[in-house]
Design a protein around this ligand. Structure first.
Ligand SMILES: NC(=O)c1ccc[n+]([C@@H]2O[C@H](COP(=O)([O-])OP(=O)(O)OC[C@H]3O[C@@H](n4cnc5c(N)ncnc54)[C@H](OP(=O)(O)O)[C@@H]3O)[C@@H](O)[C@H]2O)c1
Length: 275
C-alpha cells in the first residue's frame, strides 16, 4: 500500500530535474517587524520592503527615527510602511500591531521580533529589580508579542512564521553576561516550545554575534571585540544585512525549518578560545 501523502506529479518533476525556488514569495503579504527601527531591524525592514512586502514596523519611543526610516524605505522601494509605537508589554500596543496588519492587508504572514535590551549590570549591582527589568525587556515583551501574532497566524489556513532575536551569548557562555544572556536563553527554549505547540506556525531564533549597528555599536567601535579579529576567531564584524538575510530565510512561506537557532556570528563562538 502506498503513502496517502505521496504526490506522483511532484516525483515525476524531480526525476526530470525540475525544481521550484520561489523568489519574492512574500511579495504583497504583510509582515510585522517589531523593533524594526533599531540598528539590526531596519535592515530587515528594508530587505522585505524591497521584495514587495507590506511591513508593519514597531518601535518603542523614538518616533523621529521611525518616521525617518519609513520615509527612506517608502522613497526607495515604493512600499507603504505602517508604524506602531509603544512598549511591548502593554497589551494595547500588542493589539495595535494586529490592527495595523489588518489595515495593511490582513493577518500577518510573518513576524520578526527584534526588541531587546543589553541589560548591562555590574555583578555588585545585580538585584531583583535589575534582573526583572532584563526579563521584561528580553523575554516577557517579545514572548507576549509572539503569542499575539503567532496566535493570529495559527488561526489562518496558511499559518506563518515567527522569528525571535536571541544573541550568541544565549548559546555560548560569556563571562559577565548573566543579566542579558539568561533571559535570551529562556527565549530560545520558549521558541522551541511554541514551534512544537503550533502546527502551522514555524518559530525560530536568529542569534547575532558582534554586529556593527544597534546596541553593540559602541562596544564594537570602542574596540571591545578587536581581539576576536586579531586572534582569527572572526575575519570581520557582523553587519545588519547578515542578520536581515537570516531572518528573511525563516520568514519565507515555503521554509521547512522550525524550532531552530541560527547563529549569525561569523564563527566567533566556535573559535573564540583561539589566541
Ligand atoms: N546589535 C548587535 O550586535 C546584537 C548582537 C546580538 C543580539 N542582538 C539582539 O538583536 C536585537 C536587535 O538589536 P539592535 O542592536 O537592533 O537593538 P537597537 O538598535 O537597540 O533597537 C531596538 C529596537 O527595539 C525597540 N524596542 C526596544 N525595547 C522595546 C520595548 N520594550 N517595546 C517595544 N519596542 C522596543 C526600539 O525602539 P526605540 O528605539 O523607539 O526604543 C528599537 O526599534 C535585540 O534583541 C538584541 O538583543 C543585537
Amino acid at each position: 500500500m502506498g503513502s496517502a501523502y505521496w504526490d506522483e506529479k511532484m516525483a515525476e518533476r524531480y526525476k526530470a530535474f525540475r525544481y521550484e525556488f520561489p523568489e519574492r514569495a512574500l511579495a504583497g503579504r504583510v509582515v510585522v517587524v517589531a523593533g524594526g527601527t533599531g540598528g539590526l531591524g531596519a535592515a530587515t525592514v528594508t530587505l522585505l520592503a524591497r521584495e514587495g512586502v507590506r511591513v508593519v514596523v514597531g518601535y518603542r519611543a523614538n518616533r523621529q527615527r521611525a518616521e525617518a526610516l519609513a520615509k527612506t524605505v517608502e522613497k526607495d522601494t515604493g512600499q507603504k510602511i505602517a508604524l506602531v509605537g509603544g512598549e511591548l508589554v502593554d497589551p494595547a500596543v500588542r493589539r495595535a500591531y494586529l490592527v495595523a496588519a489588518e489595515k495593511l492587508g490582513g493577518a500577518p504572514a510573518g513576524a520578526a521580533i527584534f526588541p531587546g535590551d543589553p541589560a548591562r549590570a555590574k555583578w555588585e549591582e545585580l538585584d531583583a529589580a535589575t534582573i526583572e527589568a532584563s526579563l521584561r525587556a528580553n523575554y516577557v515583551g517579545p514572548i507576549l508579542l509572539a503569542k499575539e501574532l503567532g496566535g493570529a497566524m495559527a488561526a489562518t489556513r496558511e499559518g506563518g512564521s515567527v522569528v525571535l532575536l536571541g544573541t550568541m551569548q544565549a548559546v555560548a557562555t560569556f563571562e559577565g553576561s548573566l543579566n542579558y544572556a539568561a533571559p535570551k536563553a529562556a527565549l530560545v527554549q520558549a521558541a522551541k516550545i511554541l514551534a512544537k505547540q503550533w502546527k502551522n506556525v514555524r518559530v525560530n531564533v536568529v542569534a547575532p554575534g558582534a554586529t556593527v549597528a544597534g546596541m553593540a555599536e559602541t562596544s564594537v567601535s570602542g574596540g571591545k571585540y578587536d581581539a576576536y579579529i586579531e586572534s582569527g576567531a572572526i575575519s570581520k564584524f557582523g553587519r545588519p544585512e547578515d542578520v536581515a538575510r537570516a531572518v528573511r530565510f525563516f520568514l519565507e512561506p515555503d521554509n521547512y525549518v522550525t524550532g531552530q537557532v541560527l547563529l549569525v556570528d561569523g564563527g566567533l563562538t566556535l573559535r573564540r578560545d583561539r589566541g
